[in-house]
Design a protein. Structure first.
Length: 258
């Protein structure tokens, strides 16, 4: 995700010479992308000529406490710290920083890799309007940006948009399997499932209509779509299962934050 953000920012005009990356073992694709912009991943950033304007913490949550303190030592009084580590609270970052540090917790999702993500952010009380604007410019490089004021809502955000792409991929997977069960060969089943899910998503993105309106527009009374929706929308069907799944993810997000 950090690599996707960097690519998006450079595409928007960020000068690569203003970037320092700490990563002792970047994946091959990330290392190649950095090299293409003349950026070298350093195993440890010991010092900078001046405090950074932004520190972006794009590290796996379970590794954060091991690597963040040394990076946090580089922060100055005007440095904005932005975390995209799932489940890590604002307080967990504030503990490593000087009093008054400005911290934003952000939850992007995987479509950020193609510039179609959505990121939800929450700021601590030290983030000023200029800091919010900086964070929004940073995260909008890979898609839409929204804000919440209550950090507790980030668990629901994680369950909906953070984990949500996996639900959509499962839908495509299940649709493909159902197509095979209906007699289509695997190649055509995969093609139909992928094109249908991605096409419907793009239609939803471009339309001024809500999802319910689009669903009704494609559903003729007594037709084939209506027959399928009678199954999916029955008690215990897709809506109920998806609600159950999201609430389960919320609970797990809260557990991981402890």
């Amino acid at each position: 995700m950090g690599g996707a953000l960097l690519e998006g920012l450079i595409a928007r005009g960020l000068d690569p010479t203003r970037v320092r990356v700490q990563d002792p073992s970047p994946p091959d694709d990330v290392a190649a992308a950095l090299a293409s912009h003349g950026i070298e991943a350093e195993s440890r950033v010991e010092r900078l000529p001046s405090p950074p304007g932004v520190i972006l913490a794009a590290v796996k949550p379970q590794m954060m406490d091991g690597v963040f303190p040394s990076v946090a030592a580089l922060a100055g009084p005007d440095t904005l710290v932005v975390s995209i580590a799932a489940g890590r609270t604002l307080a967990s970052f504030e503990a490593h920083l000087a009093p008054g540090a400005a911290v934003v917790r952000a939850m992007p999702n995987t479509p950020a890799a193609i510039g179609r993500g959505i990121t939800v952010c929450v700021a601590n009380g030290n983030v000023r309007p200029a800091g919010r604007a900086t964070c929004e410019a940073l995260m909008s490089a890979v898609g839409e940006v929204a804000w919440v004021e209550d950090e507790a809502l980030m668990d629901a955000v994680t369950a909906v948009s953070g984990s949500g792409p996996a639900y959509v991929f499962l839908l495509a997977e299940a649709l493909e399997k159902a197509a095979v069960s209906a007699g289509l060969d695997e190649a055509l089943a995969r093609r139909l499932a992928r094109a249908t899910v991605s096409g419907a998503g793009e239609l939803l993105a471009r339309s001024d209509l809500g999802a319910a309106d689009l669903r009704r527009n494609v559903t003729s009374p007594g037709g084939t779509t209506a027959a399928a929706l009678d199954v999916l929308m029955a008690e215990g069907g897709l809506e109920d299962k998806l609600r159950e799944a999201v609430l389960s993810a919320v609970v797990r997000s809260r557990e991981l934050a402890k």
